[in-house]
Write a protein that binds this ligand. Structure first.
Ligand SMILES: [Zn+2]
Length: 302
């Protein structure tokens, strides 16, 4: 049969349902919305704050139960975010699993999950001033998990060997060096404030950032975390393209991002809400392997 015949003969496929749709309110994929709203709305005290200049990167820490707020103080700007367990950088954000568990773009009450063999929430989104955006006329949505960070390697591949040192990958690399991490610790990001989608052929598309002055997203730290943020050199992505616009032109659409870390004024509220720091998945199956026995065991040696 030809490809066309096979396509014509394809049997009807039932409407699929989301593969990881929670089956009950007690699912770890579902947060206690009432509790998380109470936590988000209660008084807080500022523990750390900085403004990240254009085309730069910085890392910071947040203890479990903190609230981290990232905002656009001067208007539209995309931010590329990485997250690690503060005490173990092998545990880091897993963008593709998070995309499967929640959606290609995330918002309030979605969680950002860690990689194997940990598989637990690093952060939960507790507020998102762009939640109204929904789906635009091109199928675009905001806070992107489809794409990854811009990087100087693909830039050189696609632009005839061009050298540029301030892509998000490089900004994140410089950001984590003071914390003892390296380039290989930088991983797939969540693209904050970034509107993206797939076209009719499944190709990745970006639209200009819809954030305005003062837009924000807030996270509750589900464990002690190290976070790193890059102010993308593409700025609000209104001019983005490899070789189509000069870096100088794009610098005009770059703006800073603000980071604030808060502790709850009444930290006992977390406990009263039943909140606990996230625990790793309990799988201990060793993937079916049996550990090799040591000297003498079963070898007939007394
Ligand atoms: Zn970037």
């Amino acid at each position: 049969m030809s490809a066309e015949e096979r396509r014509a003969a394809r049997k009807p496929i039932p409407q699929p349902v989301p593969a990881y749709l929670p089956t009950s309110d007690s699912s770890p994929l579902v947060v206690d919305r009432q509790a998380y709203s109470a936590i988000q709305q209660v008084d807080r005290t500022l523990a750390d704050e900085f403004t990240l200049p254009i085309r730069s990167g910085r890392a910071w820490t947040a203890t479990a139960g903190s609230i981290v707020r990232i905002s656009t103080p001067n208007g539209p700007q995309v931010g590329d975010l990485n997250i690690w367990n503060l005490h173990n950088p092998r545990e880091r954000f897993w963008a593709s699993r998070t995309r499967q568990l929640h959606a290609s773009h995330v918002s309030t009450h979605d969680r950002l999950w860690s990689c194997l063999p940990y598989m637990r929430p690093l952060l939960t989104i507790v507020a998102d001033s762009l939640a109204w955006y929904g789906e635009d006329e091109h199928g675009g949505r905001v806070h992107d998990l489809l794409g990854t960070r811009c990087d100087p390697y693909i830039r050189s591949v696609l632009s005839g060997g061009a050298q540029y040192d301030f892509h998000c990958h490089s900004n994140l690399t410089r950001a984590v060096l003071p914390f003892g991490l390296a380039e290989t610790d930088v991983h797939d990001v969540i693209n904050l404030f970034q509107a993206t989608g797939l076209d009719e052929q499944g190709r990745y598309c970006m639209s200009p950032c819809p954030a305005e002055e003062g837009d924000y997203i807030e996270f509750l730290a589900e464990q002690d975390v190290l976070m790193a943020l890059s102010t993308c050199p593409g700025g609000d992505l209104s001019l983005w393209g490899f070789g189509e616009s000069s870096d100088e032109e794009m610098a005009k659409v770059c703006r800073p991002l603000k980071v604030e870390v808060f502790r709850l004024a009444d930290e006992k509220l977390l406990e009263r809400c039943g909140w606990r720091p996230a625990k790793p998945a309990v799988y201990k199956g060793l993937h079916g392997m049996v550990a090799v026995e040591g000297e003498g065991k079963g070898a007939g040696v007394n």
